[in-house]
Design a protein around this ligand. Structure first.
Ligand SMILES: *Cc1c(COP(=O)(O)O)cnc(C)c1O
Length: 462
């Protein structure tokens, strides 16, 4: 791995992350601007920023993005922009939408009438809530005061964040050769402090599915929690199964599964700001609720982390479910999965490239012969925003409706071939971002985290 050159890295970061900083407001303007002055700048920004995802050159991020849907959301915003889910007495319709989003999501997960849940602000919040719930549930049930949770190495960082926030000890379980969690290693790591197991359906980096059935049997046996992270898969998996794609069992039909997170703002095609957290029964859900009737503020309760909660994302998530319908979701899932099949098969035909594991629609690409980060750099030069991954060094594309549009998958494969050629011909010899990804192999994990935190601080400095 090449040496770290922080000046080059910072220059590149400045170019990509702070491109508009010649003109900055560091104080509220003393006299208000007129609408047009504001809209003029915004139009320039959005024109530049929306082009890339619209043509399908971005991994994940925008999962649908067709104009008819965006215009529908504008109509909803007009009706619901001022709503706050904190006040179900003022806006009982928001509360109704939330219940029905939970019910409709639960029905996709084979939940019965005992399932309870809520709409959170995103996958991370759903995961934070589940972890906090298990901590409190098993403190009261089993008197566990030093809780531990067992995480596949591919678990989303939100689980670690939950561990930091809620003082839970994360225990990592290794992966097998197919990039699924090694069930034997999970078994070995369960002890009297274990409050729960986690499995992804699928995980973010490689799009592979953990053995949810085996994990759920273990959890059931040991009488501990079992969270299925279906943030990415919740609105694809049920349809994929029906369409005959190879998907393991993953939902409440497995007796040991006690909670599921699924993101309406990903393949539910809602605008950003919603995810669903579901529990097998109300006993778990009760541990998520904060309720205080005895304070000076009068009656106060919140089912999720937030206090005031915008109602617009909730009405949008509800409306898009009705608009799509079961068949609509299934149709989109089919095109995405077929696009995934095309990309997987064509990547495997390229001499020198291979996929990580056996993916469906999140496709991680690596190489035994060439530096995968240089190929990734080549794709970047061709205008693709793909996600870099480590261990193994690779990069992925999470396919969305954007990639099912004409010619996108073909141009992805062509650009991949061209990037590989450029690397072979030594036209790409170094990469600006690769050293950051390689950091944890040249310096300690702690130092790498520390450098990254400093970069984040820089991002927030004016
Ligand atoms: C996206 C994702 C999350 C987190 O969701 P956010 O909405 O980004 O907070 C968690 N797990 C998986 C597998 C994901 O893909």
């Amino acid at each position: 791995m090449e040496n770290l050159n922080f000046d080059t890295i910072m220059e590149e970061l400045k170019r990509t992350l702070k491109p508009y900083d010649e003109k900055q407001y560091k104080k509220i303007p003393s006299k208000g601007l007129n609408e047009n002055q504001i809209l003029e700048d915004l139009s320039k920004f959005s024109e530049r920023e929306n082009e890339t995802w619209k043509k399908g050159h971005v991994s994940g991020a925008v999962y649908y993005g067709e104009n008819d849907l965006l215009q529908f959301f504008e109509k909803l915003y007009h009706l619901y922009s001022q709503t706050n889910a904190l006040h179900p007495d003022i806006w009982p319709s928001i509360s109704k939408f939330e219940r029905e989003i939970v019910a409709m999501s639960s029905s996709l997960m084979h939940g019965d009438e005992n399932v309870r849940g809520a709409v959170s602000s995103g996958g991370t919040e759903s995961i934070l809530l589940a972890m906090k719930t298990y901590r409190d549930y098993f403190r009261s049930k089993k008197d566990i005061v030093n809780p531990e949770i067992i995480l596949p190495e591919t678990a989303h960082p939100a689980f670690l964040k939950a561990c930091e926030y809620f003082s839970i000890k994360p225990v990592f379980a290794s992966l097998d050769n197919d990039y699924k969690v090694d069930i034997e290693d999970v078994k070995k790591k369960i002890n009297e402090n274990t409050i729960g197991l986690v499995g992804s359906a699928p995980n973010f980096p490689f799009g592979t599915f953990d053995p949810i059935k085996e994990l759920s049997e273990l959890a059931y046996d040991k009488n501990i929690g079992m969270h299925v992270d279906a943030c990415l898969g919740g609105f694809i998996d049920p349809f994929a199964k029906e369409l005959g794609f190879k998907i393991p069992d993953f939902d409440f039909s497995l007796e040991g599964v006690t909670s599921i997170s699924m993101d309406t703002h990903k393949y539910g095609y809602a605008p950003k700001g919603t995810s669903v957290i579901l529990y097998r029964n109300s006993e778990f859900f009760q541990k998520q609720i904060f309720a205080r009737a005895s304070g000076r503020e009068g009656i106060y309760f919140t089912p999720t982390l937030l206090g005031s909660r915008p109602g617009f994302p909730i009405v949008a998530a509800w409306s898009v479910m009705l608009l799509m319908g079961y068949e609509g979701y299934k149709e989109r899932a089919k095109s995405i999965l077929e696009t995934g099949k095309f990309i997987k098969e064509n990547v495997r035909k390229i001499d020198g490239l291979k996929t990580v594991g056996d993916p469906l629609w999140v496709i991680a690409i690596t190489s035994d012969n060439y530096d995968p980060y240089l190929i990734w750099e080549g794709m970047g030069k061709k205008g693709w925003f793909l996600s870099g991954l480590s261990n193994p060094a690779s990069f992925h594309i999470a396919l969305t409706v954007r990639h099912t549009l004409p010619n996108v998958k073909e141009s992805f494969i062509q650009d991949l071939k061209d990037s590989l050629e450029m690397v072979k011909n030594k036209e790409i010899k170094s990469s600006t971002m690769a050293p950051i990804y390689g950091m944890s192999s040249t310096i300690s994990k702690e130092m790498a985290d520390f450098y990254l935190a400093n970069i984040v601080e820089w991002l927030y400095s004016i």
